[in-house]
Design a protein around this ligand. Structure first.
Ligand code: GDP
Length: 325
């Protein structure tokens, strides 16, 4: 498909074109990369969707939450896209969203678009492509883009670099497990949601929520938060309890950030981050050219033999790289 045509179809909200566009940005092939760059330029800057990062350990109820929450949003007439950053996807060769039984209702909803995560070994690569997929979903007119990740630490950091709001999903747990959530992840969260507040687990969930609310109050106030944020709440994704409250809490926060300049500020900082990331990637790719590899190998041998100082050899290499370019 012609890239201009694809861009137009994506902007018109055609799902098939969007799916193909995402396949293009996910591709590792060099010619595809060039086309992907062209596509992203062609769709241009569009309406801004609300990008929600969602993290939680396996089993905490992420897919159940996304299904219930997503259905609630589409029920309000909003269009919802779900993407995933899955650093562990290489393990299964599939993806955390690859299982067809997950989000069964949402996946059949015409106002929802669910995309399994790209299977890639390198987290940085997956993150970049997910960010580009987010941009395409925005171009396709989605109102909300949910970016799911498994709670393993590093992936939250990259999701935070592409989300307007970060939601951490937790399970009801005893007090000592509070320590188990890494401080860095707590500090990233805008809303902590304790799931499974139903049946036998309800009392524990409420206690857990209170523990986290206490822990959040002890943290340094962030400039991008109104009073009372970050918040801890309880929901039951399974019984669809507490979801409107979570949505309202998010909207209050986002409206405040928009009015106080933090929305634009965050997006600008994120754009800088991805620009620098792309520069680094492009520079690293230069190292892979046959000429660069040959020069590197020769200088590396010279260094190993003691014929050249590492620093001097590196400077010589960089000079040579520039001359080749
Ligand atoms: P994920 O691995 O984080 O995506 O978790 P899943 O959504 O697959 O849920 C893991 C298990 O927890 C499943 O058996 C769900 O039915 C269950 N679960 C999810 N949400 C709730 C909830 O709100 N209440 C209860 N009781 N169970 C839940």
């Amino acid at each position: 498909m012609d890239i201009t045509d694809m861009a137009q179809r994506i902007c018109a909200g055609e799902r098939r074109a969007l799916a193909r566009g995402i396949t293009l940005v996910e591709s590792g092939r060099e010619d595809h990369r060039a086309q992907a760059t062209e596509l992203l330029a062609a769709v241009g800057k569009s309406k801004e969707a609300l990008r929600i990062g969602l993290s939680g350990t396996p089993g905490v109820g992420k897919s159940t939450f996304i299904e219930s929450f997503g259905m609630m949003l589409t029920g309000q007439g909003l269009r919802v896209a779900v993407l995933a950053v899955d650093p562990s996807s290489s393990r299964s060769g599939g993806s955390i969203l690859g299982d067809k039984t997950r989000m069964d209702l949402l996946s059949r909803d015409p106002n929802a678009f669910i995309r399994p995560s790209p299977s890639q070994t390198h987290l940085g690569g997956v993150a970049r492509r997910t960010r580009e997929a987010v941009a395409l979903c925005e171009a396709a007119g989605f109102d909300v883009v949910l970016i799911e990740t498994v709670g393993v630490g590093q992936s939250e950091t990259v999701v935070a670099q592409m989300a307007d709001l970060f939601l951490l999903l937790l399970a009801p747990a005893g007090g000592d497990e509070l320590q188990g959530v890494k401080r860095g992840i707590m500090e990233m969260a805008d809303v902590i949601v304790v799931n499974k507040a139903d049946g036998d687990l309800k009392a524990t969930a409420i206690r857990t929520q209170a523990d986290y609310a206490g822990a959040l109050r002890l943290m340094r106030k962030r400039p991008q938060d109104p009073d009372g944020y970050p918040k801890a709440m309880t929901v039951s994704a399974l019984e669809e309890q507490g979801l409107p409250e979570v949505w309202e809490t998010m909207q209050t926060l986002i409206n405040w950030r928009r009015e106080n300049g933090f929305w634009d500020q965050t997006r600008a900082a994120q754009a800088r981050y991805w620009f620098e990331d792309a520069v680094k990637t492009a520079l690293l790719a230069q190292l892979e050219s046959p000429n660069a590899r040959a020069a590197l190998a020769a200088l590396s041998d010279a260094v190993a033999a003691g014929a050249q100082e590492p620093g001097a050899a590196a400077a010589a290499f960089v000079r040579e790289l520039h001359e080749q370019a």
